[in-house]
Design a protein around this ligand. Structure first.
Ligand SMILES: CC(C)(COP(=O)(O)OP(=O)(O)OC[C@H]1O[C@@H](n2cnc3c(N)ncnc32)[C@H](O)[C@@H]1OP(=O)(O)O)[C@@H](O)C(=O)NCCC(=O)NCCS
Length: 198
């Protein structure tokens, strides 16, 4: 890491394996306000986390990034590529409740779309959101995502609940991007927002 480059930005992104937070990731993911919005609500055990991280280290399709705000861990962004259908399925969560509702969700959604369409110029973004997660549904609809299907998803304990499948094409994103940049600029200086390493 070059400290001079880092200082250019208020918000930066690193692969989780390039941070000292590989173990802390499990604690962040296990917070109630995070896991209640995930398909799998269960508390992740240390063993499950270890297995997940081992799989991630060798994966060509799955990646996890950590966002920092002025050097402090801010949010987790996950990426899962589906080569058959050429879409990327991202996930995200803010890792400290003090950062909620401050416009960081829009920033994370913006940066992850820039990453996805850099990696997949001809691909799409797909996202699955629990029906009850109105905050994230509002947010993704604002980004231009189109609701295409309602499905039932099953947690590890067998419980089912309704969820919404959204897609976004690059064209739709290009059409919507300027409005999102304007919204972000109300809170943050766009020039000081870094990018996810490709
Ligand atoms: C979803 C999440 C990332 C949103 O981040 P955030 O920083 O709180 O959201 P922002 O402040 O950027 O708000 C972005 C938009 O979300 C929507 N939103 C935010 N708070 C909301 C609320 N309480 N109710 C309804 N919509 C809300 C609005 O559309 C808002 O845009 P606006 O301010 O222009 O109206 C965050 O709430 C989170 O991490 N939640 C827990 C984990 C999670 O749900 N992850 C997604 C799993 S699919």
């Amino acid at each position: 890491m070059n400290p001079i480059c880092e200082e250019q930005y208020d918000i930066t992104f690193r692969n989780i394996f390039d941070t000292p937070y590989v173990q802390t990731l499990r604690e962040w993911r296990n917070q109630d306000f995070v896991r209640k919005n995930m398909t799998n609500h269960a508390v992740i055990t240390p063993e499950e986390h270890e297995e997940y991280m081992r799989g991630l280290e060798h994966s060509s399709t799955n990646k996890v990034f950590l966002a920092f705000y002025r050097g402090e861990p801010l949010a987790v962004i996950t990426m899962k590529y589906n080569p058959e259908e050429n879409y990327m399925e991202p996930g995200m969560y803010i890792i400290n409740e003090k950062f909620l509702g401050k416009g960081f969700g829009i920033v994370m959604s913006y940066v992850r779309l820039e990453y996805i369409f850099t990696c997949l110029p001809e691909g799409r973004m797909r996202t699955l959101i629990l029906e009850k997660n109105q905050t994230n549904r509002n947010l993704q609809e604002k980004m231009g995502c189109v609701l295409t299907e309602r499905i039932m998803v099953q947690a590890q304990n067998g419980e089912e609940e309704p969820a919404c499948v959204y897609y976004l094409t690059r064209q739709a994103w290009e059409n919507n991007k300027a409005a999102i940049e304007e919204r972000i600029a109300q809170n943050y200086d766009l020039a000081r927002i870094g990018r996810i390493p490709v």
